[in-house]
Design a protein. Structure first.
Length: 363
């Protein structure tokens, strides 16, 4: 079913008529079952790409533009490394993170600033409480309030400000679309995805936000993960044979840092951190509005967008997509099984489940 190419009139509750672009041709991807009844249906789209970036298969609309939200961060981090950013792996992983706001995350963002002669006042992200449930509860118990370091994008913003100092660019205004930093980020995203953004907006933290296709961003994640795997092997071989060192590309550096420190990319108890621990060499990142990306060491990748923006179907659909690629850990009895479904409770006891629909995926 193709996208609806016609513009669709929409009347707001206030009576204002808006003309919306064509709607993506999303399909049912997951259901929530309570008892013996389907209680909820999650529509969306999935794209799976090969190591060479070509589309292997898709469910729904893999070419309609969408906003990847925080799933863009690894691509943005590649641009920062290309611009001269050099950080310990745990801090580079934080630059690509939507972190939970724990001590290591807040202190890490501050370390990035301090290493480059900057203070918290350099950050132009929005303020927020810690994203992680336990981290937020602890922060509030200790009298904490919303601030720049707690906000889940603070690692990325600290790294962006740092890159400005390295290149002699103004730190103030680093989020403006015409700033040299954001021009570099935009060019890097276009290169890695293989497509020019269809539109631009602003992400929740204030960063310029391009719209790309699911196939395009899956292609980028496959490139990162494959670079990380291949160049890490070359690095290890050189060290083993003659004690030499092979410099990593920006793509490989970001992928290696994320895979080595998944706790910095998200946080303890977060499904993205769990997936990367269970799937060695994978590059995984979530994004608001039901987005999930996973790049595999062999260069294949999957991209998921849940149409309603809800979070609960994101990971079960992603694991099912990985199973369709033949990833052993994503099989019914594999290491990722706990992430493939979610219990539905009634009176505190399991009475159903949320799971991906097999019919949406290749056999």
């Amino acid at each position: 079913m193709p996208s609806n190419a016609d513009h669709t009139p929409f009347v707001t509750p206030a009576g204002r008529t808006l003309v919306l672009p064509g709607l993506p041709a999303h399909v049912p991807l997951a259901v929530q079952i309570r008892g013996e009844i389907v209680e909820g249906v999650h529509y969306g789209s999935v794209a799976a790409t090969a190591a060479d970036g070509t589309l292997l298969w898709a469910a729904g609309d893999s070419n309609a533009p969408f906003y990847p939200r925080s799933a863009l961060k690894p691509l943005q981090a590649v641009a920062l490394v290309r611009a001269g950013l050099s950080l310990p792996d745990e801090l580079l992983a934080l630059a690509a993170a939507s972190h939970s706001g724990g001590d290591a995350h807040r202190e890490g963002a501050l370390r990035i600033l301090t290493l480059h002669g900057l203070g918290i006042s350099a950050l132009e992200n929005t303020v927020d409480l810690p994203y992680g449930v336990h981290e937020r509860e602890r922060w509030l118990r200790e009298g904490g309030t919303a601030d720049h370091l707690c906000q889940n994008c603070s690692g990325k913003h600290a790294a962006m400000a740092a890159v400005c100092t390295l290149n002699g660019w103004p730190v103030s205004g680093y989020l403006e679309p015409d700033h040299p930093l954001q021009q570099l980020v935009a060019a890097t995203i276009a290169e890695l995805t293989g497509e020019e953004p269809a539109a631009w907006s602003t992400d929740g933290c204030g960063t310029p936000l391009p719209a790309v296709s699911l196939a395009g961003i899956a292609r980028a994640y496959g490139r990162l993960a494959r670079a990380g795997a291949n160049e890490a092997r070359a690095h290890d071989d050189a060290a083993a044979h003659d004690g030499g060192n092979v410099a990593l590309s920006a793509e490989a550096a970001v992928a290696h840092a994320m895979a080595a420190h998944p706790e910095m990319v998200a946080g303890e108890g977060r499904d993205v951190t769990a997936l990367m621990r269970l799937l060695p060499g994978a590059v995984a990142k979530d994004g608001f509005e039901g987005v999930q990306l996973v790049g595999l060491p062999d260069g294949r990748a999957i991209a998921v967008k849940i149409a309603d923006g809800g979070d609960r179907a994101r990971m079960p659909v992603a694991v099912r997509a990985l199973a369709a690629l033949g990833v052993p850990e994503a099989a019914a009895d594999g290491a990722l099984a706990a992430l493939a479904t979610a219990s539905v409770l009634g009176g505190g006891h399991p009475v159903g489940l949320l799971a991906a629909l097999d019919d949406a995926f290749p056999a």
